[in-house]
Ligand binder design. Structure first.
Ligand code: PLP
Length: 378
């Protein structure tokens, strides 16, 4: 199937140029049908816990397949924050390793969670950026034998820079620290393998490039680390035996399920299953190649208009989102929306985030509109 044919599965393109996957992926017919299946199940069966638990496990297996992990290394969470908070609750920051190294590229939640550990003794350090890229020399200075965790995004949500995760994992491991990656802005459109990169933890959610829904996230933990971590943020779905109903002890699962908490978001599981299915069927390598080609045309067009990229120029240095500097990013997003072009913004940048369903007509429409609104380009 050519990429062109996939577009027909996303009804929004009959009305609009949707180039906003960094905010929320477009809705596929298959995902819409999955929501319908959930409602049909509610209407006809009322409750189907065995069936829903099977979908839960299926979603876990698909997340695992996406990143080259084993299913028992993946927790199905309700958000990226939920997985990271569960890990935070298991970290020992009162001993010889109180330092958590985060970055100036962190999505708020992924810095706030570490700062929330300050009352328990944590000290949080931020790696700065240099020309839109993380300054790895600065990271080497900050990461030392007192560091418990290095937490970085795969792709920066503000300007799309893609980090060299294998190099960062090496810096962390050389100091005896663990490394966590926030994969939210990349997974589904950027190939990522937990073994090749050597990461210890990976967190994110299903609603952007994984085409699912809000309410479902993933949290990968390397197998050899799981049993040494004892999350205080827990619940019955994190227990070794969910059905034990034992209120006299906390007996966490020997698998990554120990990073889960309560009843999963069942409607969102249906959507996540269908979304993951779609992405895995198309293939992340193919999606990546397609999105890079669209982004090359976008970057050339922005340069020709005299605009300035906030993203790194080189294909290999940014993720699926390309950010463009604006004098008034909110006004630019609103003007584009009037032209039926859906984008988003952060931090003074217009964010354009293509996915498997976009084609050159979206990029051409955007560039034509940016020409009209060039007074808003910085
Ligand atoms: C990089 C990144 N991390 C995390 C989040 C959100 O995390 P959560 O699922 O906890 O809301 C986003 C959402 O926009 C994001 O872009």
């Amino acid at each position: 199937m050519s990429m062109k044919q996939y577009r027909a599965d996303f009804p929004i393109f009959a009305h609009r140029h949707y180039i906003n996957s960094c905010s929320y992926g477009a809705l596929a017919r298959q995902v819409e049908a999955a929501y319908g299946d959930y409602l049909a199940c509610r209407r006809t069966k009322g409750a189907d816990w065995p069936g829903w638990c099977a979908i839960h496990e299926d979603v876990r297996a698909r997340f695992a397949r996406l990143v080259g992990a084993d299913a028992d290394e993946v927790a199905v969470t309700t958000s990226a924050s939920a997985g990271m908070s569960s890990l935070a609750s298991a970290l020992d920051v009162s001993g010889p390793r109180p330092v958590i190294v985060t970055t100036d590229q962190a999505f708020p939640t992924e810095a706030q969670i570490w700062h929330a550990l300050a009352p328990r003794g944590a000290q949080v350090r931020h790696v700065r950026e240099q020309g839109g890229q993380l300054d790895l020399e600065h990271m080497r200075e900050l990461v030392d034998e007192r560091t418990v965790l290095v937490a970085v995004p795969l792709v920066c949500y503000r300007h799309g820079a893609l980090n060299d995760i294998a190099a960062i994992a090496q810096i962390a491991h050389d100091a005896g620290a663990l490394v966590l990656v926030d994969g939210f802005q990349g997974l589904g459109a950027v190939p990522f393998d937990v073994r090749e990169t050597g990461v210890d933890f990976l967190a994110g959610g299903a609603l952007k490039y994984l085409l699912g829904s809000a309410g479902i996230g993933y949290f990968y933990a390397r197998k050899s680390l799981i049993e040494g971590l004892y999350p205080a943020q827990t619940g019955w779905f994190a227990q070794a035996d969910i059905h034990a109903m034992n209120i006299h002890a906390n007996e966490p699962s020997p698998t990554a399920r120990r990073f889960e908490q309560g009843t999963p978001s069942v409607p969102a599981l249906y959507a996540a299953q269908a979304g993951l299915d779609y992405v895995l069927d198309v293939g992340v390598d193919q999606i990546h190649t397609h999105v890079q080609a669209l982004n090359r045309a976008l970057k050339d067009g922005v340069r020709a208009l005299g605009g300035t990229l906030a993203s790194p120029e080189e294909d290999a240095r940014h993720g699926p989102m390309v950010a463009i500097r604006s004098t008034d990013d909110h006004a630019l997003v609103a003007a584009l929306e009037k032209d039926n072009i859906i984008t988003s913004c952060r931090d003074g940048n217009l964010r354009v985030s293509a996915h498997l369903y976009n084609d050159m007509s979206d990029i051409e429409a955007l560039l034509a509109a940016l020409h009209e609104h060039r007074g808003l380009l910085a």
